[in-house]
Design a protein around this ligand. Sequence first.
Ligand SMILES: C=C(O[C@@H]1C=C(C(=O)O)C=C[C@H]1O)C(=O)O
Length: 397
Amino acid sequence: MDELLKLRNDIDAIDAQIVELFEKRMAVSESVAAYKEKIGKDVLDSDREREKIGKVRELAHSEFNAQGVEALFNQLMTISRMRQYMLISGQSSEYSGFMPVSGMAVKAREGAAAEDVPFLRMPFDKGTKVVYSGVPGAYGHQAMLGYFGPEVDCFNVATFRECMDAIKHGDARYGVLPIENSSTGIITDVYDLMGVYDNYIVGEYVVRVSHALLACPGASMEDIKTVYSHPQGLLQCRSFLSGKNWQQISLNNTAAAAKKVRDEKDKTQAAVASEMAAGFYGLEVLASKINDLNNNSTRFIIIQNRREYLKEANQISICFELPHASGTLYNILSHFIFNGLNMNRIESRPIPGKKWQYRFFVDFDGCLSQRQVRNALTGIASETDNFRILGNYIHVE
Ligand SMILES: C=C(O[C@@H]1C=C(C(=O)O)C=C[C@H]1O)C(=O)O
């Protein structure tokens, strides 16, 4: 026991020296930050870090220790960079061109689950033009009405890209696009477009997908022979449809199915779509809530072409590219860890034209007005390629 005590005393004495040296090193690193800020030099100097690792490895007396020293100095230099970003990330109210704006308090709309609806929205009035992708009566329409209310001045476009273009060119102030479904995952096309357009996420809205069986007025369940819907609509109602012996036909979206049933006025046809589509197309609801899972939801984003964020915003979305080398993503994640930020999601998508290279999308908790967020973003921006802040908005749980 005495022997262990003595050995631990030795370790304590060495550790005290390490801490003293660590603090001395950090003080020098702070002076380096001040100098770099003065001359406009980047914090990260990969060549210098590589040389440093080589040199400290040579100082070690075994391969095991060389590896240990390498890991240790990688951490030391990461911490040193974090400190430098802290000292140079600014303090003005705007960050990277993003201006804080005041939100508008809006009550939850009828039929919406309270937890799906943000209590604060981006400012809009009756004259504000809004575009959504999809057709009237589809879930995109429902999300748009949920966020902006029934009196909104809106129009729809057929594709996600057209929605992006309408926002980019100012044909509409806000756009509404689906970004993720709770059972089928992310909408990759929307991610890819967000990565290349200069549009920004300013809000989020969740629609609980609740399918109903719709048919012509006067039709009953016994009349039905054919059912139309989006493939996902048919899939999500598999147990309801399984015993029915109806022909199932896929169309582009659920609202197109409702429209077809209305237009053809055939009592043997039915559509799987929302109850809202029933009202919109003058159809009757033969059965409601027919999806297998009743917590199936689609998350929509509200986009615009201005760099703005609500003062109460609590989630940030960013994207960036990384060189195809070992440790690059690990290095970026350290910015979240050292700044105490909670990451909610990370996705990667192939970069068109760059084989086996990926663009990363990260969502994390925070607001652009917070110091630790700015520190992390300053670091990530300078250590990645094509870094973009995609938006700061109120996240709906
Ligand atoms: C301290 C510097 O800044 C960064 C941190 C380093 C370190 O802690 O040793 C090395 C290179 C830079 O990435 C520097 O440039 O010397």
